[in-house]
Design a protein around this ligand. Structure first.
Ligand SMILES: Cc1cc2nc3c(=O)[nH]c(=O)nc-3n(C[C@H](O)[C@H](O)[C@H](O)COP(=O)(O)OP(=O)(O)OC[C@H]3O[C@@H](n4cnc5c(N)ncnc54)[C@H](O)[C@@H]3O)c2cc1C
Length: 220
């Protein structure tokens, strides 16, 4: 939780004790929504499980990376095909235990990989992994001062946080230390673009967890 004095957060309360703060960044991935809600303004994010598969190595192809058939990935220099992609499996808010790959998602990725590369039909999947990713309604980042809390910045990259991390880290640092980003216009990433979002947007868009594993399979 948080302690406030007027419009500033002064203390972050954790299970490891309380921490005083001059500035606060909430960058908790899929948990960014629930933490910002404690301060009166929720960053809309929905959690989903994303998975990747790795095949045994095959001879190098002329094209290293491909984005298509709902997948993205590349071939390693050793020859493995490393691919992932949607559809994701939507998770209940607060999920932290979805790291184990689920076979329906992995199978769907493998099937679509073979559709793209028919000659890969005989090769075996040797590894897969999964994790929880954060998704904003429009798939774009939120990097903004939290309305109503003058010393709080919220940041989420909406599932492309690796790629964006060098630039976004620099921008977030400047927002905290200088009050605004000095090197780029971040107005497209403001939270206010979601001001008219319906409270039931997750249900309306179908961004809700499947009730059973069978339903996941059917969705794929
Ligand atoms: C399988 C898979 C493949 C991916 N591939 C790509 C890719 O190719 N390119 C790309 O750009 N991105 C990719 N991503 C997405 C990328 O991992 C995320 O966008 C990125 O990790 C988000 O970084 P973050 O620091 O905002 O949040 P996170 O990495 O989620 O970090 C949030 C941190 O906050 C902590 N936290 C949460 N709640 C609390 C709390 N209450 N108190 C204290 N700490 C808390 C968590 O423990 C965690 O350490 C992939 C993700 C997955 C799962």
């Amino acid at each position: 939780g948080f302690e406030r004095v007027a419009d500033k957060v002064t203390t972050v309360k954790t299970t490891n004790g309380n921490f005083a703060c001059d500035q606060l960044l909430i960058a908790a991935g899929p948990q960014t929504g629930s933490l910002s809600r404690l301060l009166g303004r929720e960053v809309p994010v929905t959690s989903a499980r994303a998975e990747m598969i790795v095949t045994e190595p095959v001879p190098l192809m002329p094209i290293g990376g491909v984005d298509g058939n709902g997948l993205f990935g590349r071939q390693t220099l050793r020859g493995n095909l490393v691919y992932g992609g949607g559809p994701h499996e939507w998770l209940p808010e607060g999920s932290i235990d979805a790291e184990r790959p689920s076979s329906p998602l992995s199978r769907s990725i493998a099937k679509r990989l073979v559709e793209m590369f028919p000659k890969a039909q005989h090769i075996r999947v040797i590894r897969s992994w999964g994790g929880i990713i954060e998704n904003t309604p429009d798939g774009r980042p939120v990097i903004d001062h939290l309305p109503g809390a003058s010393n709080v910045v919220v940041a989420t990259m909406s599932s492309v946080g690796f790629g964006l991390s060098p630039a976004s880290g620099h921008a977030i640092c400047e927002m905290l230390l200088e009050g605004k980003c000095q090197f780029a216009n971040l107005s497209d990433f403001q939270l206010s673009r979601f001001d008219n979002l319906s409270p039931g947007w997750r249900e309306e868009w179908g961004w809700v967890p499947p009730q059973t594993l069978g339903a996941v399979g059917r969705a794929l």
